[in-house]
Write a protein that binds this ligand. Structure first.
Ligand code: SF4
Length: 168
């Protein structure tokens, strides 16, 4: 994994600007907090946020454009989370797969384009609003999804037969 990462790092043309850096953006109703593995500046001066993954499986190609974690990183850039580094415009975000999800001898880059290139450039903002509304509501509705199989609370989740209500 280290060899794959170092090989990827050597070939990467962007300038490394920040490593292992925490960020926080307070939007009033919502506070976005996180920690990025790495922030880079591309040749256009835009921020490229990097998340190194040691996963067994890669993110499906069709899910990358709306990958929530990468989208929130890019939205955080737009909100000024990395302004101290002169990074105010998102230029994409990438998962760097170095585990079994990588190619056999090298890292696999999984890139989400900048929101400006998306048919709906506002999608990360809308995602945050939907999540904030859901989390603040009196009722939190569970919906079956592809993460259910490995979910640690599946046995008490009402979506599944084994998680049905046991009391009044
Ligand atoms: S099993 Fe887990 S992931 Fe699936 S709906 Fe319930 S809480 Fe959500």
């Amino acid at each position: 994994m280290v060899d794959k990462f170092l090989s990827w790092h050597r070939d990467n043309p962007n300038e490394v600007v920040a490593l292992e850096e925490s960020f926080k953006v307070d939007l009033g109703r919502v506070v976005i907090k996180g920690r990025i593995d790495r922030a880079e500046r591309d040749e256009l001066g835009r921020a490229v946020i990097i998340d190194v993954k040691t996963s067994t499986t890669a993110v499906p190609k069709d899910d990358l454009a709306r990958h929530p974690q990468l989208g929130v990183y890019q939205y955080a850039v737009m909100l000024g989370a990395f302004e101290r580094h002169g990074l105010i415009e998102p230029g994409g975000a990438k998962l760097i797969q170095v585990g079994k999800a990588a190619f056999s001898a090298r890292a696999r880059e999984q890139e989400q384009p900048p929101p400006a290139d998306d048919p709906d450039p506002e999608w990360p903002k809308k995602l945050i609003e939907v999540v904030a509304t859901g989390m603040a509501s009196d009722v939190f509705q569970a919906r079956a999804n592809d993460k259910c199989r490995t979910c640690p609370v599946r046995s008490c989740c009402p979506v599944h037969d084994e998680g049905g209500q046991v009391g009044d």
